[in-house]
Design a protein around this ligand. Structure first.
Ligand code: NAD
Length: 428
């Protein structure tokens, strides 16, 4: 099928490339000519394992190209996918400015029937807003379908090509058939429902996962007080299939470009409809507090943070990505700085993004070994596999102090204590 995807960020680029990989003819639209020309040369602006390789294959087969010309792309496609950003507004609600703008642009460009698929995470009712905006500029027939995306950064290609489910919120059988054609070679249960339900499924899923994380963080905080080990607790709990192991890792709280904004948005949606979603409010509060719990652990073990040298390993909101949006690691750096610490940092992929937001006094190291030289403490703030494999005895020798505060419960206490470290984790 001929598909245009508008927005070539984490979701749009992965979606477009994967759809080209399974044989569709895809045009990716973005706003920057330089980005388009780099993508047309196969250079990807984000860190996403496996993406460059399948983009190269799709380009070789002539299945994908990138442009800034939205009008021409829309006119030559049967399917138009919206994958633009929906960041938080100050009041916590979703900012739909990019979605609205794209809807107007699609309406202005359309000349014939097309199915408009919304993949951005949006409040219930947005597909209808998109439909109304398109209709203002295009009098012909078209359909809007809600198809929320569930891929995770770091494993996005695999998640897209092998999803657990594909949600199709549609009110037109013609559009539903077209969307089933788009995903015809992709496994996973197809759930066909109405538009409002599809939009809600995405928020409900993210809110539930965030709830699991805040729940296990609360359990970790109690474990710290009673001498239990949260990892063993999570294992014991998760073996019950009604609970499951996933998302029961205690740490510094959830971050990233989705959970924080989507949980806030759902809380705001409920509020505007006169419903007080108490549980979600607590999920948010617990998550915000979790960074301060880590900070307290650093303070307690270093006595005084002022003047101390601290290395923060990991800046991305999790391992395997360069995304620092709402990263707890970035907040930790700032909290430590305002407490008077001198900070050195290392992240395998997120340093360029971090440089753009952190202040100039942070020292950027070329690797973990360089980051820890003469430091009093190391904080693990993203779960990169490579941090587990470091030569920790070498790190110990080049440090001034011996404290590790493991905000992600990534490392092995007994090995580190044998090397002479003081190892402090979250809830164990
Ligand atoms: P992103 O910020 O990485 O990408 C959005 C892109 O859209 C940007 O590159 C922006 O320049 C582009 N854009 C905006 N307006 C445009 C226009 N008029 N024409 C062309 N391009 C335009 O965001 P993302 O992380 O890819 O997320 C996109 C949506 O998908 C959000 O609603 C998000 O909540 C949702 N989502 C994200 C993830 C994730 O892991 N990142 C997972 C599932 C769902």
């Amino acid at each position: 099928m001929r598909i245009t995807i508008i927005g070539t960020g984490y979701v749009g680029l992965v979606t477009g490339t994967c759809l080209a990989h399974i044989g569709h003819s895809v045009i990716g639209v973005n706003r920057h000519p330089q980005k388009s020309s780099q993508l047309n040369q196969g250079k990807i602006p984000i860190y996403e394992p496996g993406l460059e390789r399948i983009l190269a294959g799709a380009r070789r087969n002539g299945k994908i190209r990138f442009t800034t010309d939205l009008g021409q792309a829309v006119q030559s496609s049967d399917i138009v996918i919206i994958a633009v950003g929906t960041p938080s507004r100050r009041d916590g609600s979703a900012d739909l400015q990019q979605v609205r703008q794209v809807a107007v642009q699609i309406g202005q460009a359309l000349r014939k029937y097309a199915v408009i698929i919304n993949k951005s995470t949006v409040p219930v009712g947005t597909a209808r807003i998109v439909g109304a905006l398109v209709k203002k500029h295009f009098r012909g027939k078209f359909d809007v379908v809600s198809c929320p995306e569930f891929l995770r950064e770091g494993s996005a290609v695999r998640d897209f090509l092998r999803p657990d489910r594909i949600i199709i919120g549609s009110e037109s059988s013609r559009a539903t058939q077209a969307v089933l054609q788009v995903f015809r070679n992709i496994p996973g249960k197809k759930v066909i429902t109405n538009i409002e339900t599809a939009e809600m499924i995405k928020y409900a899923s993210n809110a539930f996962l965030a709830t699991k994380i805040s729940f296990i963080n609360e359990i970790a905080n109690v474990c710290d007080r009673v001498g239990a080990d949260v990892e063993q607790v999570a294992l014991g709990m998760g073996l019950d299939p009604r609970i499951g192991q996933a998302f029961l890792r205690a740490g510094m709280g959830y971050g990233g470009s989705c959970f924080p904004k989507d949980v806030r948005a759902l809380n705001t949606i409920a509020g505007t409809k006169g419903y007080n979603f108490r549980l979600l409010k607590s999920v948010i509060e617990v998550n915000n507090r979790q960074k301060n719990i880590l900070l307290k652990k650093v303070k307690k073990n270093l006595k005084n943070i002022r003047g101390k040298k601290i290395a923060v390993l990991g800046l991305a909101f999790k391992g395997n990505t360069d995304d620092i949006r709402e990263s707890a690691a970035i907040d930790i750096v700032r909290l430590l700085q305002s407490a008077g610490a001198q900070i050195s940092v290392y992240d395998p992929a997120a340093m360029p993004n971090a440089r753009a937001v952190l202040d100039g006094t942070v020292k950027y190291a070329n690797n973990s070994y360089q980051a820890v030289v003469k430091t009093d403490a190391v904080i693990i703030a993203s779960e990169w596999e490579q941090f587990k494999k470091l030569d920790w005895s070498r790190l110990r020798q080049s440090m001034r102090g011996n404290l590790i505060v493991d905000g992600k419960n990534l490392l092995n206490r007994s090995i580190l204590e044998r090397l002479g470290f003081r190892y402090v984790a979250m809830g164990k």
